[in-house]
Write a protein that binds this ligand. Structure first.
Ligand SMILES: Cc1cc2nc3c(=O)[nH]c(=O)nc-3n(C[C@H](O)[C@H](O)[C@H](O)COP(=O)(O)OP(=O)(O)OC[C@H]3O[C@@H](n4cnc5c(N)ncnc54)[C@H](O)[C@@H]3O)c2cc1C
Length: 385
């Protein structure tokens, strides 16, 4: 479809793509219905992904990682998850690789790296990041979960909600207030681990889409978190988040664009086959115009996102550029999946068709990782700074 040749990938990425596709077709695609109905992906899949080299590709080899810092591999993973229509399950993997891993790589000391990275690379330790609380999301600095120092531990009290991998996670990067009198400067990050006393999981939340993804509430009551689980320095949590959020937003943008592309392809195939009024649905001018709109928007977005990936590899992707990619690609994902459903007619509303699930799954990407409005705030503030 793409009118222009993509120049992003090298032959080694194509090989990686083929083997990841085979992995998905063996380990997830046949079980996707089971995971959707159960509201969670089998955690054993993480270990199989780890063993096959699809987790923590950029972690150093000495800890069991792939030892290659190249975000194009992460992009391949997002694109194949979209093409095989396993969005809900796939999100757990991209969150682990793209969103959580950087904190373990860049905000940990050597002892923490040795303690956690091998399990993260092998998939035996599943990760999550918990910022959002029942009372706050966009306005992070107003969070109320506290961590008060008591000798060698912090006593953590509060709750988090909407946490991706919330049920499966073994290590939860948790944003807390170590100084509740401060806003941004009072925030710290610490790792709360499965099994710590006082750490309870709430419901696996019932969502309109992403059914195979476990999104949960987390509760902390006097959880004794050893000071060795603090990430970086006390009071620097907000700075670490700001440093890592561009990669999270790029990840959501890449996935959003990939799903728009998949929606376009599924729709194109469908309208060529489906007949109405004695002709194929593809033959109507309206269909051609809608396909033309999708193809154009996808090609234009692709040029920007591929450039953003190259910039990110060079350490040059700014927060504003990541915000641009995130809001644009997720809004495009929404438009493309909506057009796709419409052109599928009634079948587009049936979950046995991938376009239906993609449509429902898409709605949240304009909300999580920072809403479209917050992305525009970041961009707008940088323009007027
Ligand atoms: C499926 C799912 C998975 C998620 N996964 C995670 C996760 O793993 N970890 C995590 O920490 N969180 C997660 N979230 C939470 C998500 O990041 C938040 O829902 C999101 O940041 C929005 O916060 P909120 O829900 O509190 O909305 P609010 O902040 O209450 O926003 C409500 C509305 O007000 C608008 N608004 C807010 N502030 C402004 C402003 N300054 N200017 C203009 N408009 C504004 C928003 O754009 C939105 O439209 C997840 C959410 C969902 C639904």
């Amino acid at each position: 479809m793409s009118p222009m040749q993509r120049e992003l990938f090298e032959p080694e990425h194509d090989m990686f793509r083929d083997s990841f596709r085979r992995f998905l077709e063996k380990e997830i695609v046949p079980r996707q219905e089971e995971f959707e109905r159960g509201g969670i992906m089998d955690r054993a899949v993480f270990a199989r992904a780890g063993a096959a080299g699809f987790l923590a590709m950029d972690a150093p080899e000495e800890y069991g990682g792939g030892g290659v810092r190249d975000y194009r591999y992460n992009a391949v993973i997002a694109e194949e998850i979209a093409e095989t229509a396993i969005g809900g399950s796939g999100l757990g993997i991209t969150l682990h690789n793209d969103v959580c891993l950087p904190y373990f790589l860049h905000v940990t000391d050597e002892e923490q790296k040795q303690r956690w990275l091998p399990g993260i690379c092998s998939g035996e330790l599943i990760t999550a990041i918990a910022m959002t609380e029942p009372g706050i999301g966009s306005d992070l600095a107003s969070m109320t979960t506290t961590a008060s120092r008591d000798g060698d531990v912090y006593l953590v009290n509060g709750s988090k909600t909407f946490i991706t991998n919330g049920i499966n996670a073994d290590l939860v990067i948790t944003a807390v207030k170590t100084d509740p009198t401060q806003r941004h400067k009072g925030m710290s990050l610490m790792v709360i681990e499965r099994g710590m006393e006082g750490f309870e999981r709430g419901r696996n939340l019932d969502k309109i889409g992403l059914h195979s993804q476990d999104t949960a509430e987390l509760f902390f009551t006097d959880v004794r978190v050893p000071v060795e689980n603090l990430l970086g320095a006390e009071g620097e949590g907000f700075r670490y988040l700001v440093t890592n959020l561009p990669q999270e937003r790029l990840s959501i943008a890449v996935a959003g664009l990939a799903i728009a592309r998949a929606a376009y392809r599924w729709t194109l195939e469908y309208v060529k086959e489906r007949r109405a009024f004695g002709q194929s649905v593809a033959a109507f001018q309206n269909t051609r115009f809608k396909l033309a709109e999708m193809a154009t928007e996808i090609a234009v977005a692709e040029a920007f996102v591929d450039k953003a990936i190259v910039a990110h590899n060079a350490g040059q992707l700014s927060a504003e550029e990541a915000a641009m990619a995130k809001w644009w690609c997720t809004e495009l994902q929404g438009r493309a999946t909506d057009i796709g459903v419409q052109l599928h007619g009634g079948y587009g509303y049936m979950t046995e068709y991938p376009i239906a699930r993609a449509f429902a799954d898409a709605r949240v990407t304009r909300i999580y990782g920072g809403t479209t409005e917050i992305m525009k705030e970041i961009i707008g503030k940088s323009i007027l700074a």
